[in-house]
Design a protein around this ligand. Structure first.
Ligand SMILES: Cc1cc2nc3c(=O)[nH]c(=O)nc-3n(C[C@H](O)[C@H](O)[C@H](O)COP(=O)(O)OP(=O)(O)OC[C@H]3O[C@@H](n4cnc5c(N)ncnc54)[C@H](O)[C@@H]3O)c2cc1C
Length: 473
C-alpha cells in the first residue's frame, strides 16, 4: 500500500506546490480525480492555486469534447481537434499529475483508488476524492445491439461510425444486387435527442452535398436517412416550437423522422422497429445508437460500498453538496450524479466539478459547513445543419442562422485549447462554405477492430500490482 497523508488538514495553505514536493516534510492534502471529462477537468483547474496534490486518473489520454463527436464521425473534424491530451491541457498546472488508467476499485475505508492500465495495477491514496467517470451508451437491457449499432460516446466510437458511414457508400458503389445496395444506402439513427438529430442532419448533408459527385455507380443523394425515437417529438428537452422547427429542417434535408418507434432487434443487416401494434424490418447496414445513457459502473461500486441509492440509469444519489452520503470526502459529479433531476449536460458537469473543488478548498481553509450545489442554467443548443441551429435560454428561443451563430460561438469558446479552436474553425470553413469533408480517412482497423480488441482485453493477463511510483514508500 502507498503511504497516505494523514486526515484532512484544516490548515490554510496559500501557494501551490509541485505534486509530491510539499516542502518542510508536511504532506499536502491529496485529491484524486477520476475522469478528465468536463466535470473532472473543471474540478482540477479549480484547484490550480491550492496547496494540494491532485492526481487525475483517466482511462484515456485525452479530454473529450463529446458534443462534437458527430462531426468526427461524419468527416468534418479530426479526432485531435476535439480530444487534446490531458497532459498537455494540464501542463502548466504544477500541482496536478496525470495517470492513464482504468479505475476498477475504490476502497472507502482505506481511502484508495485502484486503477489498471496495460496489465499494470496502481493504488493511489486520497484525502479527498472526486469521481467524474461520466456515462456510456445504454441499450436498455439489449447490450447485444451494440455490436451492430455503435453508440457515440468515445473517440473509438466516432472513428468506428465514420468507417461504417463512408464504408457503406463504398460498398454501395460496388454492390450489384439492388436490395443490398439499398441496404448499404440506408442509414438509421436511433434516438432523437441533440446527438441523434445532429448526426442525422450531418449524414443527410454528407449524402446530398459533400459526396454527390464522388461516385459513378450510385447517386449518394438517394441515400435514405431514418431518425427513430420512441418519444412523441424530437428534441424532447427543448421547447415544442423548436422541436417542430428542427423537424421541419431535417425533413427539408431529406431525413425521415419516425416517432413512437421502439427498436426491438438489431443485426448486421437490419433493424426491427415496433410502432404501436405494428412491427417491421428495415434493411440497413449502418445503424448509429444515440438513445439513452447509463452512468459509469463506478457508480454501482460506490453505492454498494456506501449504501447510497442508485437511479435506474445508474447515477448515484448524492447529498446537496454533491458528496456521497456518509462520506463527505467523496464527491460524485457530472453525468454520474443524481441531484435535483439535473440533466446530463456538459454545463451541469462543469459546474458540479467546480463546486466539488470549491468544497474541498473551503474545508481546507477550516470552514466545516456544507454548501449546496446550485445549477445555473445557461441554455441548450442543437445544430441541425449548415447555418441552422435551435437554442433556448430562459424565455429566449433561437432558430435558423441566429441560432447557428450562437452555436458556433459557444462551441469555439468551450473547445479546449487555442490550437483546437483554430483547427476546428478552419475545418468548419472548409465544410460549411466549400461543402467538402476534410477528414474522410478510414482504415479497416477502425471499422473492424472492435470485436478482436474486446476479445483481447477480456483474455489479457492478470494485472501486475504496484503502488504510486512517485510516493515515498
Ligand atoms: C454525442 C454526445 C453529444 C452531446 N452533446 C451535448 C451538447 O450539445 N450539450 C451538452 O451540454 N451536453 C452534451 N452532451 C453531454 C455531455 O457531453 C456530458 O453531459 C458530459 O460530457 C458529462 O461530463 P462528465 O465529466 O460527467 O463525463 P465525461 O465528459 O463523459 O467524462 C468522463 C471521463 O471519465 C473517464 N472514465 C470513465 N470511466 C473511467 C474509469 N473507470 N476509470 C478512469 N477513467 C474513466 C472517461 O474516459 C472520460 O474522460 C453530449 C454527449 C454526447 C455523448
Amino acid at each position: 500500500m502507498p503511504t497516505r497523508s494523514g486526515p484532512s488538514s484544516p490548515s490554510v495553505q496559500q501557494s501551490a506546490t509541485p505534486a509530491g514536493a510539499s516542502g518542510e516534510g508536511k504532506a499536502n492534502h491529496k485529491v484524486v480525480i477520476v475522469g478528465a471529462g468536463f466535470a473532472g477537468l473543471f474540478a482540477t483547474k479549480h484547484l490550480k492555486s491550492e496547496a494540494v496534490d491532485v492526481t487525475v486518473i483517466d482511462r484515456t489520454t485525452h479530454h473529450l469534447f463529446s458534443p462534437l463527436l458527430y462531426q468526427v464521425a461524419t468527416g468534418i473534424l479530426s479526432e485531435g481537434e476535439i480530444a487534446p491530451a490531458i497532459r498537455d491541457v494540464l501542463r502548466a498546472q504544477h500541482n496536478a499529475r496525470v495517470v492513464w488508467g482504468d479505475v476498477v476499485d475504490v476502497d472507502l475505508d482505506e481511502r484508495t483508488v485502484t486503477s489498471r492500465s496495460m496489465g499494470h495495477e496502481l493504488v493511489t491514496a486520497y484525502d479527498s476524492l472526486i469521481v467524474a467517470a461520466g456515462a456510456r451508451s445504454s441499450y436498455f437491457g439489449h447490450d447485444e445491439f451494440g455490436a451492430h449499432a455503435p453508440g457515440l460516446k468515445t473517440i473509438d466510437d466516432a472513428m468506428e461510425v465514420r468507417a461504417r458511414i463512408f464504408g457503406a457508400f463504398e460498398m454501395a458503389e460496388i454492390e450489384s444486387d439492388p436490395e443490398r445496395r439499398a441496404a448499404w444506402l440506408t442509414f438509421v439513427v436511433v434516438g432523437a435527442g441533440p446527438a441523434g438529430v445532429e448526426m442525422a442532419g450531418q449524414i443527410a448533408e454528407l449524402s446530398r452535398q459533400s459526396l454527390r459527385s464522388n461516385f459513378r455507380s450510385i447517386d449518394p443523394r438517394k441515400a435514405r436517412i431514418l431518425l427513430l425515437d420512441g418519444a412523441p417529438r424530437i428534441l424532447g428537452a427543448f421547447d415544442e416550437s423548436l422541436s417542430k422547427k428542427a423537424a421541419a429542417q431535417l425533413r427539408r434535408l431529406g431525413v425521415e423522422i419516425e416517432l413512437g418507434a421502439i427498436v426491438t432487434g438489431v443485426d448486421a443487416e437490419s433493424i426491427e422497429v415496433k410502432s404501436g401494434e405494428e412491427s417491421r424490418t428495415v434493411r440497413t447496414m449502418t445503424k448509429v445508437w444515440a438513445a439513452g445513457i447509463q452512468a459509469s459502473s463506478l457508480g454501482a461500486l460506490l453505492a454498494r460500498r456506501s449504501g447510497a441509492e442508485l437511479t435506474r440509469s445508474g447515477q448515484v444519489r448524492v447529498t446537496p453538496d454533491c458528496s456521497l452520503p456518509g462520506h463527505r470526502e467523496v464527491f460524485v459529479v457530472g453525468d454520474m450524479m443524481a441531484l435535483d433531476h439535473l440533466p446530463g449536460l456538459a454545463e451541469v458537469a462543469m459546474q458540479s466539478g467546480r463546486h466539488a473543488a470549491s468544497e474541498i478548498r473551503r474545508r481546507l481553509e477550516g470552514d466545516t459547513g456544507t454548501r449546496p450545489f446550485h445549477y445555473l442554467d445557461l441554455g441548450s443548443l442543437a445544430a441541425i445543419s449548415r447555418f441552422y441551429a435551435v437554442g433556448q435560454r430562459g424565455r429566449v428561443r433561437l432558430s435558423g442562422a441566429p441560432g447557428w451563430i450562437v452555436w458556433l460561438t459557444v462551441h469555439l469558446v468551450f473547445l479546449t485549447g487555442f490550437k483546437s479552436r483554430a483547427d476546428a474553425l478552419f475545418h468548419w470553413i472548409i465544410s460549411l462554405f466549400g461543402r467538402a469533408r476534410a477528414e474522410r480517412t478510414i482504415t479497416r482497423r477502425q471499422g473492424l477492430a472492435r470485436p478482436p480488441l474486446e476479445a483481447r482485453c477480456a483474455t489479457s493477463a492478470e494485472p501486475k500490482s504496484q503502488s504510486e511510483p512517485w510516493s515515498d514508500s
